[in-house]
Design a binder for this molecule. Sequence first.
Ligand SMILES: NC(=O)c1ccc[n+]([C@@H]2O[C@H](COP(=O)([O-])OP(=O)(O)OC[C@H]3O[C@@H](n4cnc5c(N)ncnc54)[C@H](O)[C@@H]3O)[C@@H](O)[C@H]2O)c1
Length: 255
Amino acid sequence: MMPSAKFPDLEGASVLITGGGSGIGAALVEGFVLQGAKVAFIDIADAASQAVCDHVEQETGARPLFLKADLRDIEALRVAVARAAEAHDRVTVLVNNAALDDRHAIENVTADFWDNNQSINLRPHFFTAQAVAPDMKEAGRGSIINFTSTSFMINHPNMPSYTTAKAGIIGLTKGLAGELGPHGIRVNAIAPGWVITERQRDLWVTDESLATHVSRQCIKEVMQPADMVGPCLFLASDASRMLTAQTLIVDGGFL
Ligand SMILES: NC(=O)c1ccc[n+]([C@@H]2O[C@H](COP(=O)([O-])OP(=O)(O)OC[C@H]3O[C@@H](n4cnc5c(N)ncnc54)[C@H](O)[C@@H]3O)[C@@H](O)[C@H]2O)c1
């Protein structure tokens, strides 16, 4: 369920989201559009992203801007950021959401696998921030929200490269917050617990694993992508004006 809260300062704001073509990112696209923001999103998946645009337009009457790019390609990422600013004015809210949570056994990880994994799960977070920073500095304000994960806090097995990147995102968040704070730019992270997206259902969820997980949450409900929207809007808006360099854990009280 989308949050009922309204954040008037987000109306007309230029928002850029990575990985908006499915899962949590698609919910974020819709959530910001519902606030009246001008939303662009970067994704590699064409058909899924067009479907998100169609759905959001049908629901809200406003069509988000889909920018097809592979975030591993820094030059393509820079072009996409520039196109978002051209279309919607300078980006003042950046949400680094895209990721790849492929499972991997330690003994099978090659240097190429490791580098490829980091080039999706950690590296773009820096380079998108670098690309939007000049415009945010000029505006004298900005909010950058990086999606990390509770997976590394709960010693999640089977994906050490992913969990390494997710831990790194917190260091990056703090480092950027210190550097950009004097310009009025805030940088925070959101650490979701288990959010049941289509991909989770297709690949990793079993009835048993989900029931066990939910039983350990304080709130005994399966988390949905829309549950990430409210915390993200709050961090994007001036309601959180003095909140920076922090990580909001949104896990239903699992930890
Ligand atoms: N779903 C969960 O349970 C969960 C838990 C903790 C953290 N998170 C974090 O929340 C964020 C969103 O997760 P999700 O589950 O919705 O992910 P998802 O896998 O469902 O969606 C990720 C999106 O990123 C896009 N993407 C992947 N690689 C890309 C690339 N190279 N270039 C451009 N786009 C690319 C995909 O096409 C997809 O649309 C991620 O940062 C994830 O680590 C999710």
